[in-house]
Design a binder for this molecule. Sequence first.
Ligand code: SAH
Ligand code: SF4
Ligand code: F3S
Length: 437
Amino acid sequence: MKGYLKIFTYGCQMNDLDSQKLYSVLYDRGWIPTTSTSKADLIIINTCSVRQKAYEKAMSNIGRLRKNKLAKPDLVIGITGCAAEQEGYRLIERFPHVDFVQGTHRLHAIPDTVDNIVLQGKTHLVETGFNQYIPSMDIVPSPGFMQPKHRAYINIMQGCNNYCSYCIVPFVRGPEISRDYKSILEEIRLHASRGVKEIFLLGQNVNSYRGGITFHELLGMINEVNGIERIRFTTSHPKDMSDDLIESFAKLNKLCPHVHLPFQSGSNRVLKYMNRHYTAEHYLGLIEKLRAKRKDIALSSDVIVGFPMEREDDFQKTLDLVQKVRFDMLFSFKYSPRPGTSASRMPDHVPIEEKKRRLSVLQRIQRKITKENLETWVGKVVEVLVDGTSKRDKSQVFGRIGQNVIVNFPGSPELIGRTINVLVTRANPNTLTGEIV
Ligand code: SAH
Ligand code: SF4
Ligand code: F3S
């Protein structure tokens, strides 16, 4: 054993998966996971920089670790993820107690970096920049580090070529790179042989997957893998959502009836400034087609309020779209300028108070829609894949239905990983409550 390891993870599912991989490869080199920060001999902060708030959170955590380093000079501290890629050496300048910074294409190199520090006493190692092949995409996390064990997150592509004007992702994850489909299928078959039930495909922009076959072809092949019961994916871009992909929701029995399709704004004027390459009408057309193919499909989305130059009438169009579609779940954000993006240089930024007001108006409307949609489940029997025991009440378990809604019900931990029929008895603000039938 080399010592104890703790990883702090910020950001999206891609970062969660990267952390699962890091735990796996570092465990193989003798690092034992711990939840205790003071006990840890190696601390990694896997950062996000998509919005100012996520970035600041990671930075203040790094700052707090200075006193851990003072108390324990052998402690190794590393920064990975999107802020590591974005800032590189600047992080060492700002936080001299940090030993290494490894960018988003350098995940595979971290065990060697840590060895160089621990065995040879090196420090302040920084590596960023993009390559044509990302070795860490092929790393398979060990079952012990998968959360929950019956769901495998699979990285099928990384990076983005879309350059939405507000977004930092293309700068921190690099250009789109797809993983070869043979490697993906091999990983999925391995997971299936170990009892995995659900496959969750990840990419910043899965519709432009080009790893030897198209995305809908890949879905078709995964649908044939024995033992796999459910397939999910995120994220899609409305400009690239093909008819073939929409058709997959009718054709593939394992593909869950849920799409996360960010619309960002209901105003064509704002969509243009955002560089999104579609109109609100096109978006509504896609929703109509999806619902025509699969009546019970659940829809979730992302939206930004207070984009530069967004006027009251633009904001009203966003509200109109939300009321027309009636999303099951909506993730709404106040625009925050990100360094290097073209939107950060646009004129007429909306004052923070106005952004807050728009966000709260939007969220009030969506809360009501979410609740009304959830109420339609009451009295129905649904199939729940059980994910774990409830944090608050150990006599309860929770899981998800195909539409991605969380259901809590009384049950024992033996149910975890199994698909159970549950009668829905109550709708809560964001989840459902039920009982086994
Ligand atoms: N690759 C995904 C997710 C990108 S980040 C996609 O293309 O949809 C997730 C969400 O964060 C985005 O959909 C957007 O709504 C929000 N977001 C991104 N940059 C932002 C910014 N600068 N300010 C506020 N929200 C932002
Ligand atoms: Fe960012 Fe747009 Fe790419 Fe999504 S599609 S990651 S929002 S640039
Ligand atoms: Fe954040 Fe990077 Fe994901 S910026 S949202 S961790 S791709």
